[in-house]
Design a protein around this ligand. Sequence first.
Ligand code: TZP
Ligand code: MG
Length: 214
Amino acid sequence: MLMKREQLAVYFIAGTPNCKRSIEETLQAAIDGGITMFQFREKGKDALAGSAKKEQAVRLQALCREANIPFIVNDDIELAVEIGADGVHIGQEDEAASSVRGKINGGIVGVSVHTMDEAKKAIADGADYVGTGPIYQTGTKTDTGPVAGTALIKTMRAQNLTIPIVGIGGITIDNAAPVIAAGADGVSVISTISLADDVKQAAVELKAAVEGSN
Ligand code: TZP
Ligand code: MG
């Protein structure tokens, strides 16, 4: 599946530990609310592993397929290849994008970046999009660097980097607009959707916030 930058608009990320209800129910409601891309990020305490993780991935992949949205796997390149995911998202501590690109057979490769040098390297290595953050304070991931705001997004655009960009970290319906205004193509969220009382409505409102600031 080829990626269009519009598909980053409302990029939902979740693993089973991030959800109040079952992850299938959560993802389906998020899809019904209009998310444009999904990343399976099965990490941390109580995360599934081995065949349980794979079976969960396959169930979520089916929901994404049905809705025609890309299904991306965080970090686990082997799993992505095994199940034929639409792509992978890797961090700086993972294998280089250039090597991942060769393994996933035309799939989407996303890379987390925190500096201009990392962004330029990701582009040179053939990344399809970059994610950057934490834009705002987040309670979801504890080992992040300092809160970065939108400065790097603005610098990337000021220096004419045209790669699709998605912001991540502490993004909500109320603070999404400045991320788009800075030059991002979309927002990535975990808790704004995964922990919402009404998951579908949260996705609808986040999408409106992103689209309203285009
Ligand atoms: N990378 C940087 S911040 C973050 C990740 C995975 C967590 C985002 O979670 P939330 O709940 O949207 O702040
Ligand atoms: Mg990683």
